[in-house]
Write a protein that binds this ligand. Structure first.
Ligand SMILES: [Zn+2]
Length: 253
């Protein structure tokens, strides 16, 4: 039989308590981590009821006004409360107005003139993040276009026609959250990278994966919609996005 002295018993109790505390902390970390991972990656695909009535009304309106059939699950709502994935008269309900904006400025190498690209603050901040994280993987993203006023869009529409430009009032470029990337093609390592990571920063290729086909399928056109809406967009187009990623992976890794 083993006898413990009082001092040994106390030491053992203290050691047991210390292990208990470590174990409980471990359980607590697991609990929060599980919740975070579940909330970030798991549940968002299931929340199809979010803005359901609003998305339904947008889908019905598109059918009625423009004769286009866009299923409700292909329509999302961005962080400004505006629809994504369907023809919509943005300028009727939205003005960039006095919302906080920031400008990306750079010198044009050819013309030597200063160029600037206006974006809403949220879009600007997430553009800077995206650009930085892409550069770490040797993907150099450059802006070619951002905000366009109604007047600028009107001139563009008159010059290019309805197959290449969106009708004034309907362009996502009116929002201050949409960019065109310089020389970004659908068959490229850059597009593969964006399809893998840009959703995590709230960006979606809103003219590339789209039910409507009245305008060109543009790989260079990306819209900042906020992280939740981007996740929803990714869920809605999951099969098509994965197919594209698999095809590009064979070429670019
Ligand atoms: Zn565009």
């Amino acid at each position: 039989m083993i006898y413990f002295t009082f001092g040994t018993k106390m030491t053992m109790i203290l050691i047991c308590r210390a292990y208990m505390v470590i174990f409980l902390r471990f359980l607590l970390i697991l609990f929060f981590l599980g919740g975070y991972i579940g909330g970030t990656f798991g549940q968002n695909c299931e929340k199809n009821w979010m803005y359901y009535e609003y998305r339904k009304s947008i889908s019905e309106e598109a059918k009625l006004k423009y004769g286009i059939d866009v299923p409700i699950d292909k329509i999302q709502v961005d962080f400004l409360g505006l629809p994504i994935g369907v023809r919509y008269h943005y300028s009727k309900v939205y003005r960039i107005g006095d919302r906080p904006t920031k400008k990306v400025t750079r010198k044009n190498k050819r013309s030597k003139k200063q160029e600037s690209f206006l974006l809403l603050e949220e879009a600007y901040d997430n553009w800077i993040k995206l650009k930085k994280i892409a550069a770490e993987d040797d993907i150099i993203l450059k802006l070619n276009n951002s905000y366009r006023s109604y007047i600028t869009q009107k001139a563009l529409y008159q010059r290019l026609g309805r197959k290449l430009a969106e009708e004034p009032g309907y362009s996502e470029h009116h929002l201050g959250t949409t960019i065109d990337l310089y020389k970004l093609e659908a068959e490229s390592a850059d597009f593969l990278w964006l399809l893998r990571y840009a959703f995590d920063y709230g960006w979606v290729p809103s003219y590339y994966f789209r039910v409507e086909r009245h305008i060109k399928q543009e790989a260079w056109h990306w819209r900042y919609v906020g992280k939740l809406a981007a996740q929803k967009f990714k869920c809605a187009w999951e099969i098509e996005i994965n197919q594209k990623i698999w095809r590009l992976k064979e070429l670019y890794r």
